[in-house]
Design a protein around this ligand. Structure first.
Ligand SMILES: Nc1ncnc2c1ncn2[C@@H]1O[C@H](COP(=O)(O)OP(=O)(O)OP(=O)(O)O)[C@@H](O)[C@H]1O
Length: 231
C-alpha cells in the first residue's frame, strides 16, 4: 500500500541546511497499525507530512497503492491526498460554523460523489463512531472525545487507503483517550491502515509496529507480537 525507498528530507533556510530525515526504506501493508514515536524535534511531523503528501520529500521515491507520488504535480497530489488519506489531528480541526453532518460532507464535496452517495457515506461514518443521532449538532455542543470521533468519521467517510493520526488523544483526558484508541483499533481491524504519531508509550504498544525516529533516523523495533496476536 505505502512504499518508501530511500526517502529523505532536507530543509534549506538561508545558509542553514537541516537534514530532518535521513534516507530510509519503509513498507506499510493494508490494514497495519503503525505507531511513530520519538523525542521532540526528531522528525516525526516531517515524516507524517511527507506520508500525507503535505510536504515534498527531497530525495527517494514514494509509492502509494503502486503509484509513484514523486512524479506528480501539486494538483494531482492534492487529488490523491483527498481520495486516499484521512487525517486526524490533535485539535480535531472541525469547522465550528458547520454541524456534524456538514463537517463530514465538506471533503466529500471535492469528490465526484452524487448527493445520495455523500449522504450514505456521512451517515455510515457517523454510525461507525456512534454519533448518528447528533448529526445536526455543532462541534462546540460535543465533548472533546466526541469531537475527535466526528473528525475520525470525517476521515473515514472518504474510504481512505490509510489514516494519518497526529497525537489523536493529545487533547483528551485518559478515559476519552482510551475510547478513541479502542475506536482506532476497531477501524484497523476492519482493514484501514493507521499511522499514528504518539508520545505515549502505552498507546504505541497497542500498535502492531513501532517506528522510532531519533535525530532524523527511522528505526523499527521488533513487531509488537502482543498487539498482533490480539488483532
Ligand atoms: N520548515 C522547516 N524549515 C527548517 N527546518 C525545519 C522545518 N520543519 C522542521 N524543521 C526541522 O526539522 C527537524 C525535525 O522537525 P519535526 O517537526 O519533524 O520534529 P518532531 O519530531 O515532529 O517534533 P515535535 O514532537 O516537537 O513536534 C527539526 O530540527 C526542525 O527544526
Amino acid at each position: 500500500m505505502l512504499k518508501m525507498v530511500q526517502v529523505a528530507k532536507t530543509y534549506y533556510t538561508d545558509s542553514i541546511q537541516t537534514q530532518a530525515l535521513c534516507p530510509f526504506d519503509l513498507n506499510i501493508a493494508q490494514g497495519e497499525f503503525v505507531a511513530v514515536t520519538g523525542p521532540s524535534g526528531s522528525g516525526k511531523t516531517t515524516f507524517l507530512n511527507i506520508a500525507g503528501l503535505l510536504e515534498n520529500h527531497s530525495a527517494g521515491q514514494y509509492f502509494l497503492d503502486g503509484q509513484d507520488i514523486t512524479l506528480l504535480n501539486d494538483k494531482d497530489r492534492s487529488k490523491i491526498r483527498n481520495e486516499k488519506i484521512g487525517f486526524i489531528f490533535q485539535s480535531f480541526n472541525l469547522i465550528p460554523e458547520l454541524n456534524l453532518y456538514d463537517n463530514i460532507d465538506m471533503p466529500l464535496r471535492y469528490r465526484q460523489f452524487n448527493s445520495k452517495e455523500r449522504h450514505n457515506r456521512i451517515m455510515g461514518a457517523l454510525e461507525q463512531v456512534g454519533l448518528a443521532g447528533r448529526k445536526g449538532h455543532y462541534p462546540q455542543q460535543l465533548s472533546g472525545g466526541q469531537q475527535q470521533r466526528v473528525a475520525i468519521a470525517r476521515a473515514l467517510a472518504g474510504t481512505p487507503s490509510f489514516l494519518l493520526a497526529d497525537e489523536p488523544t493529545g487533547n483528551l483526558d485518559s478515559q476519552m483517550a482510551t475510547g478513541i484508541m479502542a475506536l482506532l483499533t476497531d477501524i484497523q481491524r476492519q482493514g484501514t491502515s493507521i499511522i499514528m504519531v504518539t508520545h505515549d508509550p502505552q498507546q504505541a504498544q497497542q500498535a502492531e509496529r513501532i517506528i522510532e525516529v531519533r535525530d532524523g533516523i527511522l528505526s523499527e523495533s521488533q513487531r509488537n507480537v502482543k498487539a498482533a496476536a490480539i488483532a
